[in-house]
Design a protein around this ligand. Structure first.
Ligand code: PEP
Length: 260
């Protein structure tokens, strides 16, 4: 049980399924999570999953009335037209999504997305009625070179460029050190807290302290049932964006319960 702090930001746990599951396995996973967190999801903890695009309709149905929200792992910034392979905010909403990830490290570093593109996606998500999560985080060599603050500040500042304070409450930020994603290496609670506090301070400078205190900042990077409570016990860590452990019902449910 986490002792909540002065600013009552509701914990937010999200599962990024990446390019995993098939239709039947995804529906089974969704149903298992529903059974495991009934009475918690949407009440004491906000819970979301980001399945692959092509399973979104079925997963949305499996999660209807569960209090668990569904999001796209990405969103394109145009509404419609000749953009082969892309999916717009309107389309995501049409299949039951309320959220979208923007700038996940695999989109930044495997696909090659820039801060400018990610900024357009964050704005398009909000304009289209979705709640975006802006993912930020440094590479191992950037941390080793002492550039964590510089890199993360750039991701946050450029990712939010042009977003007025009225729109900001729609945004969640996920701090995901790239060296901790899918590697089994987790930032220590102190390392994570240091960056989360820096991000919150930056939000206060970019906007104001009230808004900075309101915005949820998730940690992501090998979050597991056995490290979740300690991470989320830190003052500025408001939940987790979970990859691998979100694919197993028991592990994901345990992480959600650790956030209560
Ligand atoms: C992620 O995909 O955002 C992630 C944090 O993955 P993992 O939990 O597997 O490190």
């Amino acid at each position: 049980m986490i002792i909540r702090r002065a600013f009552m930001r509701k914990p937010f746990i999200a599962g990024n399924w990446k390019m995993n599951t098939d239709m039947a396995g995804g529906v089974e996973l969704a149903r298992g999570i529903v059974a495991g967190v009934s009475g918690i999801a949407g009440h004491s903890v906000d819970v979301a999953v980001y399945p692959p695009f092509i399973y979104l309709s079925e997963i949305s149905k499996a999660l209807s009335s569960s209090g668990i929200s569904v999001g796209g792992q990405d969103v394109y910034f145009e509404e419609k037209g000749a953009f082969t392979g892309e999916i717009s905010a309107v389309m995501l909403k049409d299949v039951g999504c309320v959220r979208a990830l923007c700038g996940h490290s695999e989109r930044r570093h495997v696909i090659g997305e820039s801060d400018e593109l990610i900024n357009k996606k964050v704005k398009a998500a909000i304009n289209g009625g979705l709640l975006p999560t802006l993912c930020v985080g440094e590479l191992l060599e950037e941390r080793q070179a002492g550039k964590t603050e510089e890199v993360v500040s750039r991701h946050v500042t450029k990712g939010l460029e042009g977003l007025c304070s009225e729109r900001m409450p729609a945004v969640t930020i996920a701090y995901e050190p790239v060296w901790a994603i899918g590697t089994g290496l987790t930032a220590t609670p102190e390392q994570a807290q240091e960056v989360h506090a820096m991000i919150r301070g930056l939000l206060a400078k970019l906007y104001d302290q009230g808004l900075a205190d309101e915005i949820r900042i998730q940690y992501g990077g090998s979050v597991k049932a056995d490290n979740a409570a300690e991470l989320m016990g830190q003052a500025d860590i408001d939940g987790a964006l979970v990859g691998g452990a979100s694919l197993k019902v028991d592990d994901f449910v345990a992480i959600i319960k650790a956030a209560e």
